[in-house]
Design a protein around this ligand. Structure first.
Ligand code: 6R9
Length: 671
């Protein structure tokens, strides 16, 4: 087991909690026949129900093509356009309905409504602009945008043209953005001059300049930087526009006023977007998601698991820069023609009432957030929700395990006992939910996400590939036995790594075209109860989950190693009451270098620069040496145990066991 799952908090199985009767009556999934329809013997035909939520230009002929394992092709032969499905097809009946309600920061700014008609107009104009820049089907475009309506507008404009978008989380540094531009081979970057977060105006365009330099070093020329201008009257570094390269979108758009671009009917298996995620090695993985399978999967799971009806006001308080935002702010809700709330800022600024004020004002009735936010709001304003007159029917959590006592506050205080809570477990690679409860049909169990969702058949294997029986109480590696429409198609440009990472471990026969031989490795440790409910323990790879964000230990360590004094670095997870985990960096210095505050600061700065402030370590420890195996591998597990005041286990087989005690004295006395 990895350090993450080893230090996972363990709690006992909880009692079931039933949904409120008022919820059951109105639920999209209220008929148990749905569970029957998705029984394993009906797989893969059961997924026809999800495909039929979409409008196809050419209907597919083969539901699942397994001829080139594990590069599964869903809805083969079908053609569709994702933008058409999310925008155009809603115009006839719902032209004037809000597609997005945008709540900017500061709070004094008015909420902006973007109707389906307005969204249609804007998406077409931006698509016309991108087309005139020469972008065609299959080209990649990197977006580095904050939480503004321009972000989904750009995504949908790309989708309209069959262009693959790659949105890099706005909080990532210019360097991190540049790495992803180079990896995806984007020649166009779309960014914004600046944005507000927690009361501070950030000069975002400056990051684009760094990104272009980084990409060029890696061999990728960025030809155009398109800059959305939000603060035309303020001097940000957007003032330093590079002649011939940088253009303000608002200077170009007037040429495209009123233009329309036909949505390009794309093959179901054409890539829709890339979403970069952290993995075991330093190089980020561009998870490639398909057009037909992905869109069908997020539409289906949004309908049945988030219970989105056309009349709901739905708010997923994640950032579109992560997979949660792609699937459950943009594509899922829009495919269903819902109203989706976008908000800018953080939930705790200016105070712990921000979310509840937004919910009250906009009439939000479905709310989706992460345990780290719930923990923070519980600490800062435990009685705050009661002061606001909002009513949720449904609440979701995502991103990390939620402790039962935090779950209860969410259910009782935030949900006021009126809402169901759906704990959704999944990852960037899986496109949509893997484990969760169908809210009207399956009871909740705090701390467990639930069984596999419709059409997902999980299994837990031990290291040798034996099945760990349900109810045995033993943990193992959770896998999905079958393909599903939302699963990533490949890692962009690294097909071998894709096969090896997700299927290499438990594939029974590399020549087999029978999907039964290809279990998908999710990357988490888990325990499965007798009722099939999964309790997720954490990552089994070298990934640290900080406040729901995946940070690769290798990326953190590579950044620390750019500091000239640093010889070795280890990033370890440390349990944190609010954020679940935080990162502590351990570094050993080159011979002749003395520990100093300056070196610690340099390490922090290097991580800020190369990844972004979200990855900033909680502490930097300069230690005399790293505990190592005899073959020279740094034992992160041992360091993590020391940092967490946990049992380090047997260290006598290490090459340098005495260092463990030294580190313990240094670190534990300072904490
Ligand atoms: C969607 C998303 C994936 C990792 C995943 C797991 C953790 C996500 C969870 C959860 C327990 C949940 N995770 N949801 N753990 N309960 N409901 O978060 O994607 O950023 O790729 O992270 O997050 O460890 O492997 P991503």
């Amino acid at each position: 087991m990895s350090t993450e799952s080893q230090i996972a908090v363990h709690w006992r199985e909880e009692e079931y909690i039933q949904p409120p009767p008022g919820f059951i009556g109105q639920a999209n999934a209220a008929d148990p026949a749905l569970l029957e329809q998705f029984r394993e013997e009906n797989f893969p035909d059961s997924y026809r129900a999800y495909a039929d939520l979409l409008t196809w230009d050419t209907y597919w002929h083969t539901i699942l093509d397994t001829s080139e394992p594990p590069f599964w092709k869903w809805f083969a032969g079908g053609r569709l356009n994702a933008c058409y499905n999310c925008v155009d097809r809603h115009l006839a009946a719902n032209r004037n309905k809000a597609a997005f309600l945008w709540v900017p920061e500061p709070e004094t700014e008015l909420t902006r409504t973007l109707t389906y008609q307005e969204l249609y107009t804007q998406v077409n104009e931006v698509a016309a602009l991108l087309r005139d820049l020469g972008l065609r089907e299959g080209d990649r475009v990197t977006l580095h945008l904050p939480m503004v309506p321009e972000l989904p507008v750009c995504m949908l404009a790309c989708a309209r043209l069959g262009v693959v978008h790659s949105q890099v989380f706005g909080g990532f540094s210019g360097t991190a953005c540049g790495d992803r531009i180079a990896d995806s081979g984007s020649r166009i970057l779309i960014t914004m001059d600046g944005y507000h977060r927690a009361g501070k105006l950030s000069d975002h365009k400056a990051k684009a300049d760094e990104a272009v330099v980084t990409a060029a070093k890696l061999g990728q020329q960025v030809e155009k930087v398109l800059v959305w201008r939000r603060y035309p009257d303020r001097y940000l570094s957007a003032g330093d526009m590079v002649e011939g390269r940088d253009v303000f979108v608002d200077d170009l758009l007037p040429r495209h006023r009123g233009q329309r671009v036909d949505p390009v009917p794309m093959p179901a298996e054409a890539p829709l977007f890339l979403m970069y995620s952290s993995g075991t090695t330093g190089r980020p993985k561009g998870c490639q998601h398909s057009t037909g399978g992905y869109l069908a999967y997020v539409a289906g799971t949004s309908k049945y698991y988030q219970d989105i009806h056309p009349t709901d006001t739905y708010w997923c308080a994640a950032d579109i820069g992560w997979i949660t935002g792609h699937s459950y702010i943009v594509y899922g809700p829009l495919a269903l023609g819902a109203t989706s709330v976008l908000y800018e800022g953080v939930p705790t600024h200016p105070d712990a009432g921000r979310c509840w004020r937004i919910a009250e004002r906009l009439g939000v009735n479905i709310f989706h957030t992460a345990p780290t936010t719930i923990r923070m709001l519980r600490k800062l304003g435990p009685d705050e929700p009661a002061r606001y007159a909002y009513h949720f029917k449904h609440m979701t959590t995502v991103g990390e395990p939620i402790e039962p006592e935090v779950w209860r506050w969410y259910h009782d205080v935030v949900g006021k006992g009126e809402a169901v809570v759906v704990d959704t477990w999944w990852m960037t690679e899986t496109g949509g939910f893997l484990g969760a409860t169908l809210p009207a049909l399956q009871p909740m169990k705090p701390g467990s996400c639930g069984p596999g969702v419709l059409g997902i058949y999980p299994v837990i294997y031990d290291e040798e590939g034996n099945v760990v029986e349900r109810g045995s109480g033993r943990a193992g590696n959770v896998c999905i036995r079958n393909p599903w429409p939302g699963v990533l198609q490949t890692i962009w440009g690294q097909p071998d790594r894709f096969v090896q990472l997700y299927y290499g471990r438990y594939c029974r026969d590399a020549k087999s075209t029978d999907w039964h031989d290809w279990p998908f490795l999710c990357g988490d440790g888990a325990v499965q109860a007798a009722d099939g409910y999964l309790r997720i323990l954490g990552r089994i790879d070298d990934v640290i989950n900080v406040a729901g964000h995946r940070l690769g230990t290798k990326e953190l360590e590579s950044a620390a190693l750019t500091v000239p004094e640093v010889a070795e670095a280890a990033a370890v997870p440390v349990i944190d009451e609010l954020r679940g985990r935080v990162v502590e960096m351990y570094v050993a210095l080159n011979p002749g270098k003395e520990p100093s505050q300056e070196i610690e600061d340099k390490v922090t700065h290097a991580i800020d620069q190369q990844i972004g402030k979200i990855a900033r370590p909680h502490a930097v420890w300069i230690v005399p040496d790293m505990p190592k195996t005899r073959s020279g591998k740094i034992m992160r597990r041992v360091i993590a145990a020391v940092s967490n005041f946990a049992d380090v286990g047997d260290v006598t087989t290490l090459a340098n066991p005495e260092i463990v005690e030294k580190i313990r004295r240094q670190v534990q006395s300072a904490k």
